[in-house]
Ligand binder design. Structure first.
Ligand SMILES: Cc1cc2nc3c(=O)[nH]c(=O)nc-3n(C[C@H](O)[C@H](O)[C@H](O)COP(=O)(O)OP(=O)(O)OC[C@H]3O[C@@H](n4cnc5c(N)ncnc54)[C@H](O)[C@@H]3O)c2cc1C
Length: 462
């Protein structure tokens, strides 16, 4: 009988758990060959990485990291369903989001991540000045913009001018990835890159785009017990399928061992590196120094998330239709966005209080040198100033996320493809550092790494 194949997964965030889950349970696996033995190594004392749901203000679970995943991309929803959370997925109440530019302005209709596809909706908005709107309206007359520089900010400015860039696209995309869009890859934002690739003019391409169907379904999903439920259910599925999961186990050594690998002294046939690029780089220094230095150069942005519970009686009625707001770069001190969680999520309703989450910091705006007290004061003062309120939170919490968001610099995809090509057989990369930062993209990268691992373990005979 053939010896059992063994795979190590380094990192127990959602990517590592999804990779282990795919290796152990994907129906395609049994067609490829016997299911391998899988060991997940996690440095921290808990699994989930950036996914963390903890009690707050008397509520059993308010997320400290992501609070939802995109429903449009299939991988998050599919994993949630396959680990038994299908009937527990909830979606946010429809609410308006705003941009703060010397006051709150509703985000105009007809935008695609801030890119206008409808000039009339833009014309009605007071967020842009008339010269800014006129500049945007001339977009169809402008010559083709080369995509070669792969800078999102430069592309948007060339097409629509600086107001659309600074007041719409930069805050919208910037708040998703904690990015400064001047230093962020256009290709890494597929919806905008697709539109940009369709022809000379974004407005003309946008007009031709099929309108979303009325029954298109929700934009986001979250398990009603928070994103931690996705971690718990995936972990349970991995354990049930025979996975070995080791917390408090930071891997420090990865070296070749015959036709396999040794991970901290134990032999494996394959290894999925599902830890952030900086950690993968440290482990690859001996194995493949060139890949190690490429991965080490992928920068990250730190963020802090301040969660506040505001007495419902102190929360003005005119704010109750708002899901939150974004702060454009020129208006930022430390706060980049605020999300009025209780108004988005029915499962966040805390009795008598409005729970909001305030994001501080981004690429180029460091915040983690500040104390929790300073971060809390900044959140309370800045949000109070934006909303014209004196905020006196009943409860407050500061979550610090070092290395929260990898920053995809221009040509990131080419850089990663080059590194992956040099990676020796039997090693695969997964997670937010490579092919997408959101939870569904991390799950997809994990499933692709698992498929590559299966192909390595069970090569098809010629
Ligand atoms: C505040 C915040 C809000 C976000 N909001 C959203 C959102 O709303 N929607 C969305 O889709 N995405 C969101 N994201 C992004 C998303 O959460 C992350 O990109 C994703 O969870 C990353 O998953 P991962 O498994 O790749 O990495 P991680 O979660 O970072 O997991 C990697 C794991 O590897 C471990 N590790 C590191 N080194 C070693 C080692 N040597 N040995 C063993 N283990 C090691 C780490 O301890 C960690 O647990 C948010 C992120 C943050 C920080």
């Amino acid at each position: 009988m053939a010896a059992e194949r063994r795979v190590a997964v380094i990192g127990g965030g959602i990517a590592g758990l999804a990779a282990a889950h795919a290796l152990l349970t994907d129906p395609a696996a049994s067609a490829d060959g016997p299911v391998p033995h899988v060991t997940v190594y996690e440095a921290a004392d808990r699994l989930g990485g950036k996914l963390l749901t903890t009690p707050f203000a008397g509520h059993p679970g308010i997320d400290e990291g992501p609070d939802a995943f995109l429903a449009r991309l299939p991988w998050g929803t599919a994993l949630a369903r396959s680990v038994g959370l299908g009937d527990q997925l909830v979606s946010p109440a429809a609410g308006k989001a705003a941009v703060w530019w010397e006051g709150l302005h509703d985000i105009p209709q007809g935008l695609l991540l801030g890119m206008p596809t409808d000039v009339m909706a833009l014309a009605r908005s007071k967020l842009l000045t008339w010269p800014g709107k006129l500049r945007a309206a001339t977009e169809p007359l402008r010559p083709r913009t080369s995509l070669d520089a792969d800078s999102l900010g430069a592309f948007v400015r060339a097409r629509f001018g600086k107001e659309v860039h600074l007041r719409l696209v930069d805050p919208l995309v910037g708040s998703i990835y904690a990015a400064d869009t001047d230093h962020f890859s256009l290709a890494a934002v597929p919806q905008i890159a697709d539109l940009a690739g369709k022809g000379r003019s974004i407005l003309i391409a946008g007009r031709r785009m099929p309108k979303p169907a009325a029954n298109a379904g929700p934009l986001f999903y979250a398990p009603r017990d928070g994103m931690g439920a996705l971690v718990d259910a995936t972990l349970q599925a991995v354990l049930t399928a025979g996975g070995d999961v080791r917390t408090n186990n930071a891997v420090t050594e990865l070296v070749p061992a015959g036709d396999g690998w040794r991970v901290d002294g134990e032999r494996y046939d394959g290894v999925v590196l599902a830890c952030p690029a900086a950690a993968a780089a440290r482990l690859l220094t001996v194995v493949q120094p060139q890949v190690a230095s490429t991965l080490a150069a992928i920068p990250t942005a730190d963020v802090a998330m301040v969660t506040l519970a505001i007495a419902a009686a102190d929360w003005p009625a005119h704010m109750q239709s708002l899901s939150g707001y974004l702060v454009p770069k020129p208006m930022q001190r430390l706060v980049t966005a605020a999300s009025f969680g209780s108004q988005k999520w029915s499962h966040w309703e805390a009795s008598g209080a409005m729970v909001m989450r305030v994001s501080l910091g981004r690429d180029g705006l460091p915040v983690l040198h500040l104390s929790d007290e300073q971060l809390l004061t900044a959140a309370i003062d800045e949000v109070g100033h934006h909303l014209g309120l004196t905020l006196a939170p009943l409860h407050a919490r500061v979550s610090r996320w070092a290395g929260a968001f990898p920053q995809y610099r221009p040509h990131h995809a080419t850089t990663v493809a080059g590194a992956e090509q040099l990676l020796p057989a039997g090693l695969a990369l997964a997670g937010a550092s490579y092919h997408g930062i959101g939870v569904p993209a991390c799950i997809r990268s994990a499933q692709q790494a698992a498929a590559a691992m299966r192909a390595h373990l069970h090569p098809v005979a010629d």
